[in-house]
Ligand binder design. Structure first.
Ligand code: SAM
Length: 268
């Protein structure tokens, strides 16, 4: 396991990633579909939470999904097999050191990976070498600075800040969404287009109340409780009130907003 990476391996986190993926399918995937015969690399597929949608939206593309974690690959394989998908093959590998020939992919898809890496520009450069000359890369990331809600709560913001701080200490960046443009630029991609994808949740959208505010975002913040308390970056009462206040936004008059960023860029 790379020391650059903080979470994504325990069963609870895998369920959260799956809930996140199912809730966000339309928002994040609706405009991604690759032509028949094109070679696509999914870099950092994890337990396959995005792989199924990727494959279903591009049924005739040839998808290679890689991840550094052997266990995650095994899980992803099972899931993709159970869904009857046949256009995906899996390989274990490190994004910084993949063994594919240069220029061997028409398209690359990267979702929720850069936020965990200490050297995201280097990762983008390494992937660029694998892209064909006119090939595209699609990168999706969140940005925890984009979370705002009603009723507002300073304790909720402090609890969110714990996740940001812990990810930073592990070498990552939970506010990387806003940096996709400068990162891709620094890695010398061309024709970079970034589109913000906002999730807006109120009580009239029960599937988002459950699938996003509760099971994706608040579950993720709740998941750092022990680490945040151990690291003494917050006291227990403040953290627990912050979590209660995040759940409070899911009540009748509550509102929760969060923005993901999706970038598409070319190799030339
Ligand atoms: C948060 S998960 C996201 C997985 C998937 N893309 C999704 O959206 O559900 C991050 C994944 O990146 C993988 N990862 C981290 N560093 C990596 C590296 N250097 N090379 C390949 N995969 C890596 C982890 O093993 C983990 O599965």
């Amino acid at each position: 396991m790379s020391k650059d990476y903080v979470h994504g391996y325990d069963p609870k986190e895998n369920i959260r990633l799956q809930d996140q993926a199912s809730t966000l399918v339309e928002l994040l995937h609706s405009d991604t579909s690759y032509p028949a015969g094109s070679k696509v690399l999914e870099a950092g597929c994890g337990v396959g939470a995005q792989t199924i949608t990727l494959a279903q939206n591009s049924p005739e593309a040839l998808i290679t999904s890689v991840d550094i974690s052997k266990d995650s690959i095994a899980e992803a394989k099972k899931k993709v097999g159970a869904a009857g998908i046949t256009n995906v093959k899996f390989e274990q590998g490190d994004i910084f050191n993949l063994s594919f020939e240069p220029h061997s992919f028409d398209h690359i898809f990267v979702c929720f990976i850069l936020e965990h890496l200490a050297r995201p520009i280097e990762a983008l450069r390494a992937l660029k070498k694998l892209l064909k000359v006119d090939g595209t890369i699609t990168v999706i990331e969140g940005d925890h600075g984009s979370a705002y809600f009603y009723p507002d709560s300073k304790e909720a913001h402090k609890a969110i800040q714990c996740q940001v701080e812990l990810q930073k200490r592990a070498g990552g960046n939970a506010m990387i969404g806003r940096e996709l443009y400068p990162l891709l630029r620094a890695a010398e991609y061309k024709s970079i287009q970034v589109s913000p994808r906002m999730v807006y949740v109120d009580f009239t959208k029960p599937e988002l109340v459950k699938g996003f505010t509760k099971k994706t975002f608040t579950a993720m913040i709740e998941g750092v409780r022990e680490s945040a308390l151990d690291a003494k970056i917050i006291d227990q009462a403040t953290f627990d009130k912050g979590i209660r206040d995040l759940y409070r936004t899911t009540e009748l008059d509550g509102v929760f907003c969060y923005t993901f960023f999706k970038a598409v860029a070319r190799n030339s």
